[in-house]
Design a protein around this ligand. Structure first.
Ligand code: NAD
Length: 261
């Protein structure tokens, strides 16, 4: 992995949920593009494995254990990134929790609270913490979901939390703009990761050779990583306050109740 060159040469990047799936794929690619990466996860071992892989390839990374639902952990992860890498240029707030198969009306309210605490409150806390460190010209990317733009029949708490994430990103865009920081949400549809019970398989090809995802099918984590890198990079200088879909067309057309039956 080259350090002196790449889209993110000399940049310090923090990735939450970096131990698995989309966060892992993105951390690997940020490092490949020259960034020094702070890999944050509530599962320290997973983050350490990713950091070790980056270091073994000649890149710069370290693992940081943090629960994004906790305010003090968010402050600590940012402080550690600044301490270890001297600054923070990019924050990819990506950690999230699926909370699948919740019975919305009869189930335990604690399930709803947990989804909100990690996905929505965690995002809010992360934004507050990174705001103190990001310089003029910095960038924030937040992982929302296609479920942040339309409802999810079988998982309303998740969809509500991700709608909230999109609302936060859009609402805070002028505030961050006043500090010279761009903020965007990315909205994946289904992605082949442990969150949806799938094994994340590295495709092992250069970004230019990533296969096209068939209509309505799940993307690979590497597809979403490319979008995260783009949104965080100077190439996306005109993109701000957006909620960018990457769902292989899953939400492109209305499907009526009758047609589904
Ligand atoms: N996989 C999908 O189909 C899909 C679709 C749309 C959006 N997303 C979103 O993408 C993001 C990444 O998910 P993924 O699919 O890569 O899942 P994943 O399960 O592979 O990775 C999520 C990572 O987040 C970490 N994490 C969970 N709770 C945390 C907490 N409280 N503090 C710190 N880290 C925590 C987990 O330990 C894990 O390493 C999430 O925000 C998710 O909601 C996923």
């Amino acid at each position: 992995m080259a350090q002196a060159q790449g889209w993110f040469a000399g940049k310090s990047v923090l990735v939450t949920g970096g131990g698995s799936g989309i966060g892992r794929a993105s951390a690997l690619r940020f490092a490949e593009e020259g960034a020094s990466v702070c890999i944050v996860d509530v599962q320290l071992e997973a983050a350490e494995t990713v950091a070790a892989a980056i270091m073994a390839s000649g890149g710069q990374a370290f693992a940081c254990m943090a629960d994004v639902a906790k305010e003090a952990d968010n402050d600590r992860m940012v402080a550690e990134a600044v301490h270890r890498h001297g600054k923070l240029d990019v924050a990819f707030l990506n950690a999230g929790y699926g909370g699948w198969a919740m019975d919305a009306l009869e189930g335990d309210v604690a399930d709803f609270d947990r989804v909100m605490a990690i996905n929505l409150r965690g995002c809010y806390l992360g934004l507050r913490s990174v705001a103190r460190a990001l310089p003029y010209g910095g960038a924030i990317v937040v992982t929302a979901s296609a479920g942040g733009l339309m409802g999810v029949e079988f998982n309303p708490a998740y969809a509500a939390s991700k709608h909230g994430v999109v609302g936060l990103v859009r609402s805070l865009t002028p505030t961050f703009a006043a500090r010279g920081v761009r903020i965007n949400a990315l909205c994946p549809g289904g992605v082949q990761t442990p969150m949806v019970g799938a094994l994340t398989k590295d495709l092992g090809v250069a970004p230019d050779a990533l296969p096209q995802v068939a209509y309505g099918e799940r993307a690979n984590a590497e597809h979403i990583a490319e979008l995260a890198l783009f949104l965080a990079s100077a190439r996306a200088g005109a993109v701000n306050g957006s909620a960018m879909l990457a769902d292989a067309g899953q939400t492109s057309v209305l499907v009526s109740q009758a047609r589904r039956a």
